[in-house]
Design a protein around this ligand. Structure first.
Ligand code: ADP
Ligand code: GLC
Length: 497
């Protein structure tokens, strides 16, 4: 199949989170299965890859906008960069100081429009347009409204992947006209959402198949607790909604060949982790660890509510009383940055914090830590718990979304399992799971068995890529009876406006 993927980030070019890992690795896995994938992302500040390969002009926000196209080929995938410095040559990808850039609707509409125009100009026929998250949510909408006449897209199937329902791409309705979108899209069955427009809702309404990044999350988002107001819309599309667990890229995340680690190891040579632990403790100025001594608990995360940092705040006074050391690598909300800076300042030697984004350090922490903490309030998939399993770093997680699907709670009777999970979103439940893990850590043979069980898990991309290919097939078969858009059947009204 010939696939056009549109997204706002892709590793190794631009990354703020797991979306980039997925948009980097999935196309390579699809290419290994024999599919041809073009991935379109913005050419942000700092992106130097690619050769200039043309120019596209599209009307937007009252004037024609020109974008230069750069392309690069790597591991069977063509990545296409949309260069429009006024929009993308900025300090951050999405916003600054906790605020989104005010022109994000225009920035990501340009991305999608240019992607479709460029693809239409290549002379290729695309079997699938695969959009990721709200930033690409208008792709199926624009395809339906403006590109069906193009030979490139005459019979193209549309697939939207929701990586995180919390980000809905909401904008004032006035944007509709500014973006050149017809007023009829201000409709309950299209983009309209409580008087505003939602790019994500448009993507859901106009895509033939909707995927999300774990089977559990696919079910959760159909409930009010996890649906962020979209549960009714998603229940309505339940027959077209599939959960496909993310894979992990073992070319990047494998302790036996990770270029960021000074020492390589595998399940048979776990003693090497001690040298890495010493290195991490040194990096964070913590007391040097004894072999099999006090365990090191790590977090690597965006510092946002989703990741459970309010629970961590509640147990902050308990942390130094536990027989463990802690390191955090992350950036995000100022109050959580302050929390960790404060903890590290009050308990040097036991708690370390690095506020920033550091890929190499993230790999070394996965290598050196004994436990990895992810007490998420919700987690569409989560990648770090899977990296941790591979690195023999035992995860302690809340059983939600992808965490539920990937970490098996250690059974106290049999000792079987790959990590420690808790159900209730509460500080007590988190603390109890952490205590259970720290106690088990002292039983060295039991701990080794848990580490080995985790390292044996296979989360390689191939199986997931096959499921995406199946979703593309399904979307293709369904083309023609597009469910979205005004004129479609009247919707069930519960929870939908
Ligand atoms: P999310 O996408 O919600 O942030 P995931 O677990 O899916 O969560 O993916 C997070 C990705 O971003 C992982 O690859 C993780 O290692 C990386 N990451 C997050 N914060 C940092 C950071 N401060 N420095 C380096 N890598 C980070
Ligand atoms: C989102 C989710 C995360 C998921 C990632 C990649 O950022 O928060 O759980 O792993 O997307 O799909």
């Amino acid at each position: 199949m010939k696939i056009l993927m549109i997204a706002s980030e892709a590793e190794p070019f631009a990354k703020t989170g797991g979306l980039a890992d997925v948009v980097g690795a999935l196309p390579r896995a699809l290419a290994r299965l024999g599919h041809a994938v073009d991935v379109v992302i913005p050419r942000y500040r700092g992106v130097t890859a690619g050769e200039r390969a043309g120019r596209v002009v599209v009307p937007l926000d009252g004037s024609p906008r020109a974008a230069d196209i750069f392309t690069v080929r790597d591991r069977g995938v063509r990545t296409v960069f949309v260069d429009h410095p006024g929009y993308y040559d900025r300090e951050h990808l999405y916003g600054t100081g906790g605020e989104d850039y005010a022109d994000n609707p225009a920035r990501f509409t340009l991305l999608v429009r240019v992607a479709l125009e460029w693809a239409a100009s290549t002379g290729d026929r695309y079997d699938v347009v695969h959009a990721h998250d709200w930033q690409a949510g208008l792709a199926p909408v624009l395809l339906d409204r403006a590109f069906r006449g193009s030979p490139a897209f005459g019979r193209t199937a549309t697939v939207l992947t929701i990586h995180n329902l919390a980000y809905q791409g909401l904008a004032d309705r006035a944007w509709l006209g500014r973006l050149g979108l017809g007023a009829e899209l201000m409709h309950v069955d299209a983009l309209e959402y409580w008087g505003r427009i939602s790019f994500l809702k448009g993507g859901i309404a106009f895509s033939r198949v909707i995927t999300t990044v774990s089977p559990r999350y696919a079910q959760e988002i159909q409930t009010p607790e996890y649906g962020f107001g979209f549960d009714g819309i998603l229940r309505h599309r339940a027959a077209d909604l599939v959960g496909i667990l993310n894979g992990i890229d073992y070319d990047q995340w494998d302790p036996a060949r990770d270029p960021h680690l000074p020492v390589a190891y595998d399940a048979e040579h776990l003693e090497a982790k001690h040298a890495l632990k010493r290195l991490v403790c040194e990096t964070f100025g913590l007391e040097a660890p004894e072999p099999a001594g006090r365990p090191l608990v790590a977090m690597i995360s965006r510092l946002v509510d989703q990741k459970g940092f309010d629970l961590v705040t509640q147990i902050a006074d308990e942390l130094p009383r536990l027989d463990a050391s802690f390191v955090l690598l992350g950036t995000g909300e100022p109050r959580y940055e302050a929390l960790w800076r404060g903890l590290a300042a009050r308990h040097p030697g036991r708690i370390g914090a690095r506020i920033g984004f550091d890929e190499a350090l993230a790999h070394r922490i996965e290598g050196g830590a004994d436990l990895f903490l992810m007490p998420s309030r919700f987690e569409p998939c989560g990648l770090n718990q899977m990296y941790s399993l591979r690195y023999g770093t035992v995860p302690v997680v809340r059983a939600t979304g992808g965490l539920y699907d990937t970490v098996q709670n250690v059974d106290s009777a049999t000792g079987r399992g790959t990590g420690f999970t808790f159900d209730a979103y509460s500080a007590d439940a988190l603390l109890a799971a952490l205590r259970r893990a720290l106690e088990t850590y002292r039983n060295r043979p039991a701990w080794r068995r848990i580490q080995a069980a985790g390292m044996r898990q296979d989360f390689s991309w191939e199986a997931s890529a096959r499921q995406y290919a199946a979703a593309y097939e399904r979307a293709t078969i369904g083309t023609g009876d597009l469910p979205g858009g005004p004129g479609g059947p009247e919707r069930e009204r519960d929870g939908i406006r």
